[in-house]
Design a protein around this ligand. Structure first.
Ligand code: BV8
Ligand code: ZN
Length: 255
């Protein structure tokens, strides 16, 4: 396996050729895309940040029903982390690539943060929703409430209430067991199937149906390239893998 340092010093030839020749690029990103911005991923072994919370358990309607205040506190803390974070060089590289004349680059993200947008990229689909789009858990109306600034892992915070029906306000994210926003998922799947190149960056490929997107592209003969320091559930579907971190690999690829 090429060492990370070598890998990011020069882009693997086959990957560079695929990127240079691609007019339509679809980039599927996961939590690893934001790791170098200091946002903890879901499944990497974390020190500190997630020790007290099991993301898969808290990101669920069951947890919300059981204890709104604990779930709201967890999201308020994550929102505070994201607000304090900055897009990394990987986000910036994708935004620059997207602005390149002759390139049609679709960002399809599983991430609920807004770091792609803050780097200047247009995001085609947030397949797991967005942290900062709040809505009423009872009547589904959008809410203009905001997360309080939270500086550390807190136990409980009462969520704001809907100005119309008085229901609790929830994050506009897709919880485990909830359906993905159909328009986003279909747009992401179509972009992958019609691309000249699909780049899969920073995802363990474990969460469905988002994880099927690279496979949908591969089934159409679209070249799939994985950028991830570690092997994942997507690796075997990739035509090329680049074991490198996103914030080092993507700037080299887009240079
Ligand atoms: C649904 C929003 C049906 C919330 C998230 C068995 C088989 C298949 C499916 C299932 C199953 N059992 C249950 C299911 C369904 C379930 C699922 O897939 N479960 C899995 C875990 C088994 N899926 C669902 O429930 C989905 N809904 O199926 O609904 C339905 C249909 C109709 C009607 C009703 C219902 C909903 C899934 C969405 C869940 N919400 N997020 C929130 O954020 O709080 S998922 C969550 O995980 C995040 O969105 C995250 O993005 C996503 C995926 O994780 P990754 O992004 O891949 O992150 P992870 O930590 O796993 O990996 C990080 C990677 O980065 C690693 O590979 C690491 O090596 C790499 N990395 C680290 N550093 C870097 C790096 N890479 C590059 N550079 C670096 N520097
Ligand atoms: Zn309401």
């Amino acid at each position: 396996m090429t060492s990370l340092t070598d890998a990011t010093d020069q882009v693997p030839e086959a990957i560079l050729d695929l990127a240079r020749g691609a007019a339509r690029v679809c980039v599927l990103t996961g939590a690893g895309m934001s790791a170098e911005s200091g946002i903890p991923t879901f499944r990497d072994v974390q020190v500190g940040l997630w020790e007290r919370f099991d993301p898969a358990e808290l990101a669920s309607p069951q947890a919300w029903e059981r204890d709104h205040a604990q779930v709201w506190a967890w999201y308020a803390w994550r929102a505070s982390l994201v607000r304090r974070a900055a897009p990394n060089a990987g986000h910036e590289a994708l935004a620059a690539w997207q602005r390149r004349p002759g390139v049609d680059l679709a960002v399809v993200t599983q991430n609920v943060d807004d770091l792609h947008e803050r780097a200047g990229a247009e995001v085609l689909a947030h397949v797991h929703g967005s942290l900062f789009t709040l809505r009423c858990a009872r009547c589904d109306r959008p809410s203009d409430a905001a997360y309080p600034e939270v500086t550390g892992p807190v136990g409980h915070l009462d969520p704001p209430v809907c100005g119309v029906c008085g229901g609790p306000v929830r994050p506009g994210v897709v919880w485990f067991g909830e359906a993905l926003p159909e328009a986003d998922f279909l747009a992401g799947a179509d972009a992958a199937r019609e691309a000249d190149l699909v780049l899969v960056v920073g995802t363990s490929g474990l969460v469905h149906p988002a994880a099927t997107i690279p496979h949908l592209a591969g089934a159409r003969g679209v070249p799939v390239v994985e950028v991830n320091p570690r092997e994942t559930a997507v690796s075997e579907a990739a035509d090329e893998v680049w074991r490198a971190p996103a914030a080092e690999a993507l700037p080299a690829l887009v240079a």
